[in-house]
Design a binder for this molecule. Structure first.
Ligand code: NAP
Ligand code: GLV
Length: 310
């Protein structure tokens, strides 16, 4: 690696010191600094939801590294033309997402909420076993995270459907692709897991029209972005009885404001955007490896296509 490479780091409210120490240890030849307004020009920027000022000032970057899998916050800014954006490509997220989604599906399927409620009332209850075949799970987005989630659900023998933009074949999964096959995908699914990126095509995609096409007693697990979901439509479909409930990890406004109906709805489980966290060691290893690869002139995985939005 050539000497004098400069790397800037900006990760919102996160305490930067351990990240800076990790990046410096992984890239001993580089000058790694926390971004400050007016910072000298750098070669690489490692960022999460940076201020527009960083993008406007850093005109000589060779690449942005996005500290998450989703790039919607970064692409919403005015990006300097021609600077590649590289997203986190798994980096320890897919196993977290698989455990989170399987937990949510199993919790719903095995009626564990009702068991816990009965236990708190010191009641020993009997519930009829339910058929796994009656709970086909549809996974929207069969990318890095969706594929791992689908495989984990298959291991628990749930029937799994998948929906992606381009047609693809995945062993044991009934695949659907594109807008034309969305109705068939929804009609074949009772539990819906959203793992789409947030793009112009997917904003508000979970709405009255789409969610009402799920099988009766449907259940939504949204682990992608809050802006995929029209919140009032979900509440109406649960209250009308078409949907049984939802597990929501992401929200249009985060943190979810006090007083929001999701907090107290008996059929909705709220978690604070934690289904797959950015892990420090895995992320530093991936990003530093990619900086070294780019310096050698090699291609790297996880390049974002700004026109597609993911
Ligand atoms: P990815 O590898 O880019 O996969 C995206 C998938 O979505 C691909 O299968 C793609 O289809 C499909 N897709 C995109 N636009 C579509 C459309 N219009 N119609 C149908 N399918 C479409 O992304 P990933 O790494 O799996 O991450 C997915 C998302 O999860 C991220 O964008 C992020 O928002 C979210 N996320 C949330 C958390 C959390 O903690 N809650 C953590 C990490 C990530 P093709 O395969 O045909 O291209
Ligand atoms: C988290 O939401 C991510 O996109 O990595």
């Amino acid at each position: 690696m050539r000497a004098g490479i400069r790397v800037l780091f900006h990760f919102g409210e996160t305490k930067p010191e351990p990240w800076l120490a990790g990046l410096r240890a992984a890239l001993p030849q580089a000058d790694v600094q926390l971004w400050q307004p007016g910072a000298p020009s750098a070669d690489y920027a490692v960022v999460w939801a940076p201020p527009q000022q960083l993008l406007d000032e850093q005109t000589r970057l060779r690449a942005f590294f996005n500290m998450g899998a989703g790039v919607d916050a970064l692409l919403a800014l005015r990006l300097p033309a021609g600077v590649p954006v590289v997203r986190l490509d798994d980096a320890g997220m897919s196993v977290q997402m698989a455990e989170f989604v399987c937990h949510a599906v199993i919790r719903h399927f095995r009626e564990l909420d009702a068991c816990e409620q009965a236990a708190r009332q010191v009641r020993w209850t009997f519930r009829k076993p339910r058929e796994r075949a009656d709970f086909p799970v549809g996974v929207m987005g069969l990318g890095v995270l969706g594929r791992r989630v689908a495989a984990a659900l298959q291991a628990f023998e749930f029937p799994v459907n998948g929906w992606s933009r381009e047609p693809k074949k995945l062993e044991g999964i009934q695949m659907f692709a594109g807008a034309a096959q969305m109705p068939a995908f929804l009609a074949a699914s009772r539990v819906l897991v959203n793992l789409l990126p947030l793009t112009v095509e997917t904003r508000d995609i979970l709405n009255r029209n789409t969610l009402s096409q799920l099988q009766a007693g449907g259940y939504l697990i949204n682990v992608a972005r809050g802006a995929h979901l029209v919140e009032a439509d979900l509440l109406a479909l649960i209250d009308e009885g078409h949907l049984a409930g939802a597990a929501l990890d992401v929200f249009r406004e985060e943190p979810l404001p006090p007083g929001h109906p999701f907090w107290t709805h008996p059929a909705i489980t709220v978690t604070p955007h934690m289904s797959a966290r950015t892990l420090r060691n895995d992320s530093i290893a991936q990003i530093s490896g990619k900086i070294l690869a780019l310096e050698r002139g090699e291609p790297v995985a996880g390049m974002v296509d700004p026109a597609r939005g993911y």
